[in-house]
Design a binder for this molecule. Structure first.
Ligand code: GNR
Ligand code: NI
Length: 167
């Protein structure tokens, strides 16, 4: 297993639309394991492949208290949603920033598991938010896109300044 490098906003590579996985093979399973290890050590509750420079439709999640319920979704699609709810969000690609974002309160998601088998699940609460946040990454969308232009500008400046200090 390996810890992967996480891209930071405003890196343009975070804006690419990720490609569907054509075949779930050992290479994809290795990617999932590396993404889980990277997510746990960050620490985060989710991670999308584009954040680690892999432009494929793969996401991992674990919102459990004990950090022992890893989930991997390949080619995930939201097939139904209901309600609206606002929760504070953060992102490993936008470290240190937490802002309220409104999303669907509940989603039904279709995906492939790590054996390539299709499954469906419903999610609300933190898991529901996280799944929507990760699927956004696959589309090149970030949670800051839901904020006002003024807030996004401020965050971008802060990230650019932070980068200059750490280089
Ligand atoms: O670790 C994360 N926490 C989080 C908190 C609220 C809403 C969404 C998230 S996802 C984030 C990890 C991440 O950046 N995934 O893309
Ligand atoms: Ni994120």
């Amino acid at each position: 297993m390996a810890i992967l490098h996480i891209l930071r906003y405003p890196d343009p590579r975070l804006r690419n639309k990720a490609a569907p996985v054509a075949r779930v093979d050992d290479e994809i399973r290795r990617l999932i394991d590396d993404m889980l290890e990277t997510m746990y050590q960050a620490p985060g509750i989710g991670l999308a492949a584009p954040q680690v420079e892999v432009s494929k439709r793969v996401i991992v999640l674990d919102v459990s208290e004990q950090r022992n319920q890893p989930l991997a979704l390949i080619n995930p699609e939201i097939v139904a949603q209901e309600g609206r709810e606002t929760m504070d969000e953060g992102c490993l690609s936008v470290p240190g920033i937490y802002e309220p974002v409104e999303r669907a309160q509940r989603v039904r998601v279709k995906a492939l598991d790590r054996d390539g088998r299709p499954f469906e699940m419903e999610a609300d609460g933190l898991l529901g938010v996280c799944i929507q946040h990760e699927i956004d990454h696959l589309e090149g969308r970030l949670f800051v896109d839901y904020l006002t232009e003024m807030k996004r500008r401020r965050i971008r400046k802060k990230m650019e300044k932070l980068r200059r200090h750490t280089m």
